[in-house]
Structure formats: structure tokens, C-alpha cells
Design a protein around this ligand. Structure first.
Ligand code: NCD
Length: 356
């Protein structure tokens, strides 16, 4: 197949996400992590197993020392020009687990971009000093542009998309899948489950990426609960239709709770209002989980949230064993460590470690 370094930007940028996905890998594994469409069921299973392996090895002092020397000769650049707490810290922690050294730019006004340097040139600069670029940007599609650009430079380093505009957040979706795998470990896994998404599904990039990953599982039903103007994008609906996935669009969460195996809550992403028109007023009570809603849910359901939350999940829900959003964050650290280990091809070294 044609490689990313062989295709010109004009031809590449007009492809659909599923057409672009194979360009970011070598047929076996990812070379860059840009889109949820890059992952099939086998890769999701393998990454989950590697994350669990890393989690177990890291439990002992000797295991943790072993992991920290695996990539101690590599450096990662965290280029985060959009606000982030969890994703930034969990990538830092993942890099530390594997011993990578880190540099960061979080504010373009402290970099040469402020002097008029183009983002393309800034990124090329990073690739001179680092072996991996992890980036979050408010600009949709920037991560794929950077991956393409570097593949056309003399130093192609892997790029990980840590959230791009309103579009994709593939590593969040991977940690959500890992959380679902772990939550449903005793219930036959993710296959056959009913997953309900609620909140701002139009601009919530985590939902968009997770919905795509869930199409890899058998007989998973997806239900999207949002006011009409914040409903899941037609592009995602088209993907679901094309793949024969059963899904429904609703505007009230409560009636959906009783049959949900997992509920994925999100906040209203009102930071986008100024650029895409303020969301119309809606009744937040229809998209919220509190004590009363909990009582309608299955005893072994899972409640997820990418966080940060506002008031869509009331704090009293935190104590309920179905609330997995705090564990979800920690899962993010393990799956991101697994992803980085895989990008550098050290899975066998980690799996071969004796002592855990
Ligand atoms: C999400 C994001 O940035 O897309 N948060 C995250 O990465 N954990 C969701 C959000 O900001 O609401």
C-alpha cells in the first residue's frame, strides 16, 4: 500500500477517516496514533492485555525499575496548546513509567510561534530534539497534518493525538474501552452490551472516538441522549449505519437508564459556543445522574465520564460502586504507557520480564 510519505497533502486531506487510518500504520501496528479508525478488535485486545501486563509489572520496585529503563534513551515532547489536566498528567505519568524524558510547550506565546513561526516549522523543530510528539490542539485535524508533515521530513517521529478540536480523542477512547473491558470482565466482556451516551455529543470528541471503537464489538447497541442541537454528528451516524450497528437517538436520559450496561456522561462544551453558535437552552435535568437516577440502573452497570464534570453527575454518585470515572483516569495512564511501548516495539521485552 502507498505510504504516508508517498502521498501528497492535497490527495490525503480529502480522504475519509477510514481511508486515512491505514496510512498511520505499517499494517501490523500504529506508527502514529491519530484516529480511532486505526484500531480493530485484535489491536484493542492486545493493547488492553499489554496495559494489564505493565500495571502488574509496575507493582514491585524491581518491576518498576525494569520498566523505567525500557525507554530511558527516548524523549517525548508534550505539545499541549489547549487546556488539559488529566490527559497531560496521564501522558507524563505514562512516559515516566517507561523512563522517557519529557519536554513541554503548553503556551504558544512562550514559543517562537509568538515570533511568527508557523506551526509546521515549530513541530519540525520538536522532531529534531525528541523521539515522540504528543499533542493536543484546538485545531481539528492538526495532529494528522503534523504526522503527514513529519513523514515528509528527514526525521519521522511518531505523533500521538491527545485531542484535536471537536473531532477526535483516540487515546481517551482507548482508555474508555480498557475501562469497559475491566468493568465487564465478569460479564462476558463488551460484546452484547447497551452503551448510553449523554450530554454534548456534538462537540464531545471523546464520544465520537469511543463510538467508532465500539463498532469493533459484537452486538453492541449505542444510544445517544442529547438535545437535538447537541446530538451526535451525522458523520458518526453514517459510520454506524455503514457498519450495521444498532443505535438510537433520544433526548431524555432517565427512560434509558434501566436497560443501560454502561452510561457515558459528558459536560456541555460551551467553550465552542462563540465559534459555532451558542447551544440553545435545554433542560439539564434530562441529562443528569443523581441518587434518584442511580436507583433506576442495573446493579452491575458502569458509569463513565471523561471528566472534567460540571453537575451532570452529582458528587453523591461518587460513592456508588457503579461510578468508575476515577478508576477510568488511572486506566488512562496504563493504556497510554501500553500505547507508547507499542509505538517503540518493546511489547516482547515487557512481556518477557520474569518476576511479575
Ligand atoms: C475531554 C476532552 O478534553 O476532550 N477531557 C479529557 O480529555 N479527559 C472532555 C472534556 O473536556 O469535556
Amino acid at each position: 500500500m502507498e505510504t504516508l510519505s508517498a502521498i501528497d497533502w492535497e490527495r490525503f486531506q480529502v480522504l475519509s477517516p477510514s481511508e486515512k487510518a491505514p496510512y498511520f500504520g505499517d499494517g501490523v501496528r500504529e506508527q502514529h496514533v491519530i484516529l480511532a479508525q486505526q484500531f480493530d478488535r485484535a489491536r484493542l485486545d492486545a493493547l488492553g492485555a499489554l496495559a494489564t501486563r505493565i500495571r502488574r509489572v509496575a507493582k514491585t520496585h524491581a518491576g518498576s525499575d525494569f520498566l523505567q529503563q525500557t525507554l530511558s534513551h527516548k524523549r517525548a515532547m508534550l505539545f499541549f496548546t489547549q487546556p488539559s489536566t488529566r490527559t497531560f498528567l496521564s501522558f507524563c505519568a505514562a512516559c515516566e513509567i517507561l523512563g522517557l524524558k519529557m519536554g513541554e510547550v503548553r503556551n504558544p506565546s512562550t514559543s517562537s510561534e509568538f515570533k511568527g513561526e508557523s506551526r509546521d516549522d515549530s513541530v519540525r523543530t520538536f522532531s529534531s530534539y525528541f523521539d515522540l510528539i504528543i499533542m493536543r490542539s484546538e485545531i481539528g485535524g492538526l495532529a494528522e497534518r503534523v504526522a503527514w508533515l513529519l513523514s515528509h521530513s528527514e526525521r519521522t517521529v511518531p505523533v500521538i493525538n491527545a485531542g484535536s478540536g471537536k473531532d477526535q480523542h483516540p487515546t481517551q477512547a482507548l482508555l474508555d474501552i480498557y475501562t469497559l473491558q475491566r468493568s465487564f470482565e465478569l460479564q462476558g466482556g463488551i460484546d452484547g452490551k447497551r452503551i448510553v451516551f449523554a450530554g454534548d455529543l456534538k462537540r464531545g470528541r471523546t464520544v465520537r472516538s469511543l463510538s467508532v471503537l465500539l463498532t469493533q464489538y459484537k452486538d453492541v447497541e449505542q444510544c445517544f441522549v442529547a438535545p437535538a442541537d447537541l446530538q451526535i454528528g451525522e458523520d458518526i451516524q453514517a459510520v454506524l449505519q455503514e457498519r450495521g450497528i444498532s443505535f438510537s437517538l433520544r433526548d431524555d436520559l432517565r427512560p434509558e437508564l434501566g436497560s443501560a450496561d454502561a452510561v457515558y456522561m459528558t459536560r456541555v462544551q460551551d467553550e465552542w459556543d462563540a465559534s459555532d453558535g451558542a447551544a440553545s437552552a435545554f433542560d439539564p435535568a434530562r441529562y443528569r445522574i443523581g441518587k434518584a437516577e442511580l436507583s433506576c440502573m442495573k446493579p452491575d452497570a458502569a458509569i463513565l465520564h471523561p471528566l472534567p464534570r460540571r453537575d451532570e453527575i452529582s458528587p453523591e454518585v461518587d460513592e456508588d460502586e457503579r461510578a468508575v470515572y476515577w478508576r477510568q483516569m488511572r486506566n488512562g495512564m496504563w493504556i497510554r504507557a501500553a500505547l507508547i511501548a507499542s509505538l517503540f516495539g518493546i511489547e516482547d521485552e515487557i512481556c518477557g520480564y520474569v518476576g511479575a
